[in-house]
Design a protein around this ligand. Structure first.
Ligand code: RFL
Length: 393
């Protein structure tokens, strides 16, 4: 078979690009290693920035999101049992949307496969790329039903297969990959419990960072800083709730509402950036190209940003012969990527300074927080970065 574009990975990046291509009647094939049921349920991100929602809306992909997402206008820091509200919408006029990633993926896959008639294969095995530095690239994979190897001829391959995918592995050894490791773990939890506050809460505590993120009226995401590589089995129900109660405590608030833990995973906080994001006919997008630890909730937003630029660039190239978008793709993405990486690093220092065991870092962390609460200029700068650059490019 022959498709102008093969997309490896049906996450937010791959599916958004597929939808943009189908809207321009360009044929593409999406190859996904998991089943459809699995990707429609995989819990992950929740926070989507305003410009990203606008970008989805302009491409006809935000109808359910706009009906069902919650709007967030403020967050709260809890430090030394005191609460500090931070109303970023008051400062900027902008807000966050909260819409669980599985719901967005469900919307995108329905629109792509069932409405726009895009081709997609689930459960494929052993995807391999060939000839990315030629003008006749091919992609091969094992079909899960027949067990046969299939070979697809194409013009472009899009590596949208996330942090653990295979497409990045065909980059030549001289490709630049910048890496950074915080040496910190986060226990990522989903609790069957209503949120205990109307907004995101950050607990900055000598025992370690803790986060509270409302996801829906029934489900709340929590994070607990832990050693990197820690075993989730070390974290019993009792231990999790004791630590959350302590690290998120505020003198004037009742204890958190507890509930059954339905997800418990340890994430090692690390980052990488592939630069440039293009190798011959292979274009990387989303987590395949750059990972930001979920510290600042930026990963899916960056994936969507790449997807808009790459989708639009491919449409211009394939329908009008205008390759300016594709030529400028990597540089246009990396501006935002590095901006968000830097913010994530700044925020990591704030979240983890108190628990670093280093009195000097603890002191500078408290100074940063005081500046944020007391200086309008510092507050405005934080709000701008927390919300993400508002223009879509
Ligand atoms: P995805 O979503 O990982 O999708 C990649 C897809 O490729 C498939 N795949 C393959 N397919 C074929 N062949 C192979 N060899 C393949 N290998 C993998 C995978 O099955 C999958 O379906 O990448 P994409 O599209 O780049 O999207 C990136 C986002 O998913 C990611 O950045 C966010 O989830 C990060 N993130 C957050 N981002 C935000 O913007 N806001 C948040 O609030 C936020 N919270 C989070 C997060 C990530 C988290 N985890 C689990 C790391 C919270 C958590 C806990």
């Amino acid at each position: 078979p022959r498709f102008p574009v093969v997309i490896v990975g049906a996450g937010p990046a791959g599916l958004t690009i597929g939808n943009i291509l189908r809207a321009a009647s360009i044929d593409c094939l999406v190859l996904e290693v998991e089943t459809r049921e699995f990707i429609e349920r995989r819990p992950r991100a929740g926070v989507i920035e305003e410009w990203a929602v606008r970008g989805l809306e302009e491409r006809g992909l935000a109808a359910n999101l706009l009906q069902r997402a919650e709007l967030h206008t403020q967050c709260e820091f809890r430090v030394e049992r005191e609460r500090h509200r931070f109303s970023y919408t008051e400062l900027t006029g902008h807000h966050h949307f909260v819409y669980p990633q599985p719901l967005l993926v469900t919307d995108l896959v329905r629109e792509y496969a069932d409405v726009r008639g895009g081709a997609i294969r689930f459960g494929v095995r052993d995807v391999q790329l060939h000839g990315m530095d030629s003008d006749r690239p091919t992609v091969s994979y094992t079909d899960p039903v027949s067990g046969q190897r299939e070979l697809v001829h194409c013009e472009f391959v899009l590596g949208c297969d996330g942090a653990r995918g295979v497409t990045r592995s065909v980059l030549p050894p001289q490709a630049g990959i910048a890496r950074q490791d915080y040496g910190i773990g986060w226990l990522a939890l989903l609790a069957e419990a209503p949120p205990s506050s109307d907004c995101v809460v950050f607990g900055i505590h000598p025992r370690g960072f803790a986060g509270h993120m409302p996801r829906s009226p029934e489900v709340t995401r929590y994070y607990l800083e832990c050693p990197p590589g820690d075993d989730p089995e070390n974290w019993s129900h009792e231990r999790v709730w004791t630590e959350l109660q302590e690290r998120l405590a505020a003198a004037d608030r009742p204890p958190l509402t507890e509930g059954r833990l339905i997800e418990k995973r340890v994430l090692d906080m690390h980052n990488y950036v592939v630069e440039p994001m293009v190798f011959g006919r292979l274009f990387l997008a989303g987590d395949a190209a750059h990972l930001t630890a979920p510290i600042a909730a930026k990963g899916m937003n960056l994936a969507l940003h790449d997807a808009f630029l790459l989708g639009d660039g491919l449409v211009a190239h394939l329908t009008k012969g205008d390759s300016s978008g594709l030529d400028g793709y990597s540089a246009a993405c990396l501006g935002r990527v590095w901006d968000y990486q830097e913010f994530s690093q700044w925020l990591s220092d704030v979240y983890h300074g108190m628990s670093s065991g280093d009195a000097y870092r603890a002191g500078t962390t408290l100074a940063r927080l005081r500046r944020l609460f007391e200086s309008p200029a510092a507050a405005a700068s934080f709000a701008e970065q927390y919300l993400g650059k508002s223009s879509a490019s």
